[in-house]
Design a protein around this ligand. Structure first.
Ligand code: LMR
Length: 393
């Protein structure tokens, strides 16, 4: 049987991590996978999360199952953070999942259960695993224009023009903030226009929000998601806690599905829970519990919010430093967009050959589409990277 299996295309981001680990050059620089790193190149456990973990260790007196959709306290804390009061709570169905990827998978299966023929629209480009999961589930997908590869900015007119092709009942996947892989994002006015267009088309928005707090701020980054939630009768949201709580390996994510009314939300809830049961039964709870504690305890929350803000502003400073260093090295403004982008990534606009050359000659690792993880930059490596990039141009 197993000899019938076909080789599968490896995930480009994960392959890069493997290559990086195997490289024994001391000066190697990892700008690959989207994991936060501090100036020492370490991914720390956030202070508030560590405090919550200690408290949990003391207080937790059972490891029995939670419920299929996870803990209700987690649902409400996440709804407070992502949606605030943009939509009536009784229209939301929730499901805790293993990470944001688990949430996306649950959402896609739920869409499929409702309408197997649904077309899902993805930005071009999008996070590689979006397309891969759609293919895996045998779902129909189309892409909408998003990125101007020359300017390394959102090609907003092209985005609107493509979205004109959306048909009633189509699902349109939007990155809630901090677009991955480009780092280029639509502004609030554009969110409003996209919302109006999709409403007129009868589309269902599906927001993937994995970097809330990494862009313009915790509240600011929720603008688009909350706007859509306030306007659309139906909407799907997949949120990840991996990055903004730094709990990558705990696999903590959530689905929030908005139905037209509270009655429908009950049936939606059954479907979300059913998907968990079929795929892995109960969701992981440890990370979800830490998130709930951090979000609901005023002291822990304040500490977490302050640390998240340090992370965010630290990345903004690194963006500016790299933009400045590249300006100095290349004598042009070509890379000015790095300072304007938001979130964990920027796509530099280099060719695949240039990316490979940087890896082979300089031990600088970035994804093949020239996406860099901003958190991989440090004051020390920025000048090295800028020199190397200028040299391959
Ligand atoms: C990334 O885009 O690097 C992250 O979302 C990690 C992943 O799983 O790909």
């Amino acid at each position: 049987m197993l000899n019938n299996l076909k080789p599968r295309p490896a995930d480009k981001i994960l392959v890069l991590s493997t290559l990086f680990r195997a490289d024994d050059r001391a000066e190697k620089i990892d700008l690959g996978v989207g994991v936060y790193k501090n100036a020492e190149g370490h991914t720390p456990i956030m202070r508030a999360v560590k405090s919550a973990e200690k408290q949990l260790w003391n207080e937790e007196d059972t490891k029995t199952y939670t419920s299929l959709p996870g803990d209700a306290g987690f649902h409400q804390a996440m709804a407070d953070m992502v949606l605030a009061d943009s939509v009536d709570r009784d229209r939301i169905s929730f499901c805790a999942t293993p990470g944001g990827t688990g949430a996306i998978h649950n959402v896609l299966e739920t869409i499929q259960a409702a309408h197997p023929d649904t077309t899902v629209w993805l930005s071009n480009p999008s996070w590689g695993n979006h397309q891969s999961m759609l293919n895996h589930l045998g779902m129909k997908s189309v892409s909408y224009d998003y990125f101007d590869a020359e300017a390394c900015a959102v090609d907003y007119p092209a985005m609107l023009a493509s979205l004109q092709g959306v048909k009633e009942g189509d699902v349109v996947l939007l990155h809630g903030c901090c677009h991955n892989p480009t780092g280029a994002n639509i502004n609030n006015t554009q969110w409003e226009e996209v919302a109006e267009l999709l409403l007129a088309k009868g589309a269902i928005p599906f927001v993937d929000i994995a970097y809330q707090g990494f862009g313009n701020g915790l509240e600011e980054d929720a603008f688009g998601t909350r706007l859509l939630a306030s306007k659309f009768p139906e909407m799907m949201i997949a949120a990840s806690c991996s990055k903004n709580f730094g709990i990558y390996r705990e696999r903590t994510g959530i689905v929030m599905a908005i139905s037209a009314d509270a009655e429908t939300a009950k049936v939606t809830q059954q479907t979300l829970s059913h998907m968990n049961r079929q795929n892995f039964s109960f969701p992981p709870d440890h990370g979800a519990r830490l998130v709930t504690m951090v979000l609901t305890d005023p002291e822990l929350r304040a500490e977490w919010a302050a640390e998240l803000e340090e992370v965010r502003t630290g990345m903004l400073a690194l963006r500016q430093q790299l933009a400045d260093a590249l300006k100095a090295e290349t004598g042009s403004d070509r890379f000015g967009f790095i300072a304007d982008h938001r979130g964990m990534f920027s796509r530099l606009g280099l060719t695949e050959e240039q990316v490979i050359k940087l890896r082979e000659d300089n031990a600088i690792y970035m994804v093949g589409d020239s996406r860099i993880n901003i958190a991989g930059l440090t004051q020390k490596n920025v000048p090295i990277i800028a020199k190397a990039v200028a040299a391959v141009l």
